[in-house]
Write a protein that binds this ligand. Structure first.
Ligand SMILES: *Cc1c(COP(=O)(O)O)cnc(C)c1O
Length: 388
């Protein structure tokens, strides 16, 4: 296990036998639904693409290696992966969730999981004592760190001490930092989930999701759920994500550099009332992140002084795009209230500090000064809207 993560983005440590695919350097796309057998009991190891596909399997090995897990499973979306994780639980089970989660996860838990008889307590895992909420029915704790969009930071190792002692699963959505910057399994988590749509894919061109674990028993259960429910990532999409991952290290470094630059710029603006970026030493999670992550990521959230100005910024940006999603090469500006968190009740959002004034930036890999100039331009326009 000698390679650095920069190399692991490009090469598997195990020999993946390129001679078996004519020496092709780019892993082939095995665009097939099924596989022929020589005779009864003589499978090549591949029977049917819902169960196994060589391109998807190669991607799964790469992601498992980046997260230092024993198994990764590639799904057709992040939500498909999270939905599959929830199949580990049964009616009557209780889960503790971070309150400030990706809106789609909140929607899954509060509508589908609840309907299926799973009870959920949402708390601020970065500030509250999780142990106080554990009952004899509690089976797992589910967190994101830093959270979306408020960037609350939870100490994964400290939380894993509690979950291990109580025999609970610790599930961490690691989408925001990617395996390049944080490895929750190494810090004591049992399951990591990713929206591969974001940093892993990195180009805003494919949807995908992953579950990674370092436990044999969990891997076995999840593989069963995976083949039974059938939301596996298609061969071509698997190839796109593999290609995205090759530049993960470079992209993360550059986007993070841009995030630090823009956080500094935003701090100096009169009309910005709050900048939330864990890379700022004033951020409450700064010290924990220094300990558990290799960087602070490329997502930042800020508040402006009124709603009309926030809406004008969204309308006036051009180089920066007004769109949901994150983690791609393009810088995106998001309005959590009506986009990522549209289905979360306003009172819940208020508890997290998300208001009409809150904007989220996902920094891409453009030239940082061009991004500053773009923001200078739209800040100068103020509430004046230049595009119809
Ligand atoms: C986008 C996202 C998801 C959902 O992933 P999809 O690929 O859109 O299904 C889950 N968690 C986080 C943190 C996300 O940003």
């Amino acid at each position: 296990m000698g390679y650095d993560i920069e190399t692991k983005c490009i090469h598997l440590e195990e020999n993946d036998h390129p001679e078996e695919r004519f020496g092709a350097i780019s892993f082939p796309i095995y665009q097939t639904a099924t596989f022929a057998h020589k005779g009864v009991g003589q499978s090549t190891g591949y029977d049917y693409t819902r169960l196994q596909n060589p391109t998807r399997e190669h991607l799964e090995k790469v992601v498992a290696s980046l997260e230092q897990g024993i198994d990764a499973i590639a799904f057709s979306s992040g939500m498909a992966a999270i939905g599959a994780v929830m199949e580990l639980f049964s009616p009557g089970d209780h889960l503790i969730m971070e309150r400030d989660l990706y809106g789609g996860s909140t929607r899954l838990f509060s509508h589908i999981s609840k309907k299926n008889g799973i009870s959920i307590t949402s708390i601020d895992c970065s500030r509250e004592n999780v142990a106080d909420y554990i009952t004899d029915r509690t089976k797992a704790v589910y967190i994101e760190t830093p959270t979306n969009p408020m960037m609350n930071v939870t100490d994964i190792a400290a939380l894993s001490k509690i979950t291990k002692e109580k025999g609970l699963l610790l599930i961490v959505d690691n989408t925001f930092l990617s395996p390049y910057l944080q490895n929750p399994l190494v810090l004591g988590a049992d399951i990591v989930v990713h929206s591969g749509t974001k940093y892993l894919g990195g180009h805003n061109d494919t949807i995908s999701g992953f579950i990674v674990t370092n436990r044999e028993d969990i891997s076995e259960k999840l593989r069963f759920i995976f083949k039974t429910t059938g939301a596996g990532l298609a061969p071509f999409d698997s190839w796109l994500i593999l290609r995205g991952i090759q530049t993960l290290a470079l992209r993360m470094e550059k986007s993070q550099e841009n995030a630090a630059l823009l956080a500094d710029w935003l701090l100096k603006q009169k009309r910005v009332t709050r900048v939330i970026y864990p890379g700022l030493s004033s951020h409450p999670g700064h010290e924990i992140m220094k300990k558990q992550s290799r960087g602070f990521g490329a997502m930042l959230t800020f508040d402006v002084d009124n709603e009309a100005f926030a809406l004008s910024l969204l309308k006036n940006v051009r180089l920066i795009r007004f769109a949901e999603s994150l983690g791609g090469t393009e810088t995106l500006l998001t309005y959590p209230l009506t986009q990522t968190h549209a289905d979360v009740p306003k009172e819940e959002l208020a508890k997290c500090g998300i208001t009409e004034h809150t904007l989220r930036l996902s920094l891409g890999i453009e030239n940082g000064q061009d991004l500053v100039k773009e923001l200078e331009r739209v800040f100068e326009l103020g509430e004046k809207e230049v595009y119809g």
